[in-house]
Design a protein around this ligand. Structure first.
Ligand code: ATP
Length: 236
């Protein structure tokens, strides 16, 4: 198992928002975490990234106890997060944003190779490499956030709502690119409100409801599960 979360509890102040969740991700998988607003999806990703400290439980990655590491050590362990809301640096160019993602890598030739790969994945970014990131469209900013996350050469990529606010055609393009990234050997954990698209892309999924995992399984089984269909797929 590449990632194993065991009985994870997270509190913000006095309020516990994750009540003992357990999940695992095998190398090479795309695993999606579904759930309504406030279920704790982002909190789960932030815990993996070391940005939020669990109060109980453990997060194991490739033999490392992630819950004991600082956020920059998690990046060195080759985990990278593309945060919700994109968070690109608006007053820097596309290329400067991309380069910032490589802060954990020393090898200049490797940085150049990865950058070329990212521009191949997202030709729109290549065309706009000198443009200020703040002037990119929403979809382009999303591409930039994912591209920047890839610059640290992650084994595990954490994506928080990559389709948020995007037109359907762009959602398809982003999801196709996530498939390509995964096919190149990067394991992916995908948090999404767009449950149908996420389940079509992912191998397996977990459903989080107010801080607890209520269901998990193969995506094809979740897609036909009546509970999932009613709550997350609009009953369709
Ligand atoms: P969304 O889809 O709306 O982003 P989510 O499933 O990602 O939701 P989280 O962002 O993990 O949910 O939030 C889980 C709960 O924790 C929510 O009730 C939220 O209000 C609360 N929460 C999140 N961040 C903080 C914080 N920094 N301080 C206090 N409470 C927080």
């Amino acid at each position: 198992m590449l990632l194993a979360i065991n009985d994870l509890h997270v509190r913000y102040g006095n309020v516990e928002v994750l009540h003992g969740i357990s999940l695992h991700v095998a190398e090479g998988e795309i695993v999606t975490i579904l759930g309504a607003n406030g279920a704790g999806k982002s909190t789960t990703l932030l815990s993996i990234s070391g940005l939020v400290r669990p109060s109980e439980g453990e997060i194991l990655f490739d033999g490392l106890a992630l819950h004991k590491l600082a956020a920059h050590q998690v990046v060195q362990a080759r985990i990278s997060q593309s945060p919700e809301g994109r968070r690109v640096f608006g007053t820097l160019t596309v290329e400067e944003n991309i380069n910032l993602g490589a802060f954990s890598i020393r090898d200049k030739a490797k940085i150049a190779r990865t950058r070329t790969w990212i521009y191949d994945l997202f030709p729109r970014l290549a065309e706009r490499r000198q443009q200020l990131a703040g002037t990119l469209s929403g979809g382009e900013q999303q591409m930039l956030a994912i591209g920047r996350a890839l610059m640290s050469d992650p084994k595990l990529l954490l994506l928080d709502e990559p389709s948020l606010g995007l037109a359907p055609l762009l959602v398809r393009a982003i999801f196709d690119t996530i498939r390509t990234i995964n096919a190149s050997g990067v394991t992916v954990v995908l948090v999404e409100q767009n449950a149908k698209a996420a389940l079509k892309l992912a191998h397996r999924g977990y459903v989080l409801e107010v801080g607890r995992i209520i269901l998990h399984g193969e995506s094809k089984d979740l897609l036909t599960n009546p509970e999932v269909r009613n709550a997350y797929l609009g009953g369709s």
